[in-house]
Design a protein around this ligand. Sequence first.
Ligand SMILES: NC(=O)c1ccc[n+]([C@@H]2O[C@H](COP(=O)([O-])OP(=O)(O)OC[C@H]3O[C@@H](n4cnc5c(N)ncnc54)[C@H](O)[C@@H]3O)[C@@H](O)[C@H]2O)c1
Ligand SMILES: O=C(O)C(=O)C[C@@H](O)[C@H](O)[C@H](O)COP(=O)(O)O
Ligand SMILES: [Zn+2]
Length: 377
Amino acid sequence: MPNIETVHVPLGARAYDVRIGDGLIAAAGTEIAPLLRRPRVAVVSDDTVAELHLDALREGLAAAGIEMTALRLPPGEGTKGWPQFTRTVEWLLEQKIERRDVVVAFGGGVIGDLVGFAAAVLRRGVRFVQIPTSLLAQVDSSVGGKTGINAPQGKNLIGAFHQPSLVLADIGVLDTLAPRDLLAGYGEVVKYGLLGDAEFFGWLEGHGPALAAGDNAARLAAVKRSVQMKADIVVRDETEQGDRALLNLGHTFCHALEAATGYSDRLLHGEGVAIGCALAFDLSARMGLCPQEDPSRVSAHLAAMGMRRGLADIPGDLPGSDALIGLMAQDKKVVDGRLRFVLARGIGAAFVSDDVPADLLRAVLDEALEQRIAAPA
Ligand SMILES: NC(=O)c1ccc[n+]([C@@H]2O[C@H](COP(=O)([O-])OP(=O)(O)OC[C@H]3O[C@@H](n4cnc5c(N)ncnc54)[C@H](O)[C@@H]3O)[C@@H](O)[C@H]2O)c1
Ligand SMILES: O=C(O)C(=O)C[C@@H](O)[C@H](O)[C@H](O)COP(=O)(O)O
Ligand SMILES: [Zn+2]
């Protein structure tokens, strides 16, 4: 088998491996077999991923004598809500998935989050395996056990912490990902450098373009570093009582923008993360917390990658700053009604603060909204 890297997530009784490399879908049967009591799994995917890669997964499982039954959901963020969640749980029950069986989430972050949550509640909890197929899912959503769906009131508001039993990140499948989805996933990769590893951010400035162009060595290195950083944080704080909130850099802005754009393809999650990180650095600089040149460096890298980096890059109408701040009130980091933000003392040095002056926050948003008038998307 080609080069496979392993990041172990040492969470005691919930410990698991994240396997990263090319060819893991072909090897899925061998990888998953040790978890199974009987040679049968239920796979949930979306139409796009299923069309491209489900046959390969079926063959990979069959090579180890494992049968598979599959459900395909519509692709996109709109799937991550009650209707498709209910459909998935009922399908799993119809398939007579037992407590000791294993459910497989085969797709991007939407599938991983929804299927993980379905596994968390099915018969009060069955094990699941993540086979992430988007860059975003490989570097972030498949690891750490945050599962859930969106509510009309806000993003990811219904869910559970439920760790996977195994993660198989086959970087070969990234070749079929649309360029826009790949760059959206790269938004979360940049987040890791910005939140805690300045050297990694420097490496991304040099290697990001090759990664986007299809360089497998760069992809493997970026996925491995991101997963290792996430694993280290999750092990310190599995249920986000403290440090885990660092993984939320850019997300207070992102989730408000996703809600404001109706969880539509006007703004993908990873695009919102990149824009949110840029805004978090603007806010940090305005508060005198980080060097004035850091926001420009962040923005320059996003621009060099051809990524969205400001509110001017979001097409269609957006509400004003007060309405955006109103949407932030549903953020899960809110304590006693007070917003908390992930800010930065510099690139690679993020921290959590509940001390953001409302006028500065409004000023950063107003300025970003004004740029939309100067340069409409
Ligand atoms: N649980 C977590 O810790 C966590 C972390 C980050 C993001 N998320 C969530 O993840 C979601 C975003 O994930 P995403 O960006 O993967 O979105 P997604 O699941 O919608 O996938 C993006 C698009 O890529 C397609 N796709 C996926 N793999 C493909 C492949 N190999 N080839 C071709 N097309 C492919 C999908 O069909 C979809 O159209 C959001 O809902 C976000 O909130 C969760
Ligand atoms: O794993 C985490 O913790 C994260 O915050 C990772 C984020 O990239 C991800 O988008 C997560 O779903 C956001 O969590 P939420 O609790 O703010 O919904
Ligand atoms: Zn995210």
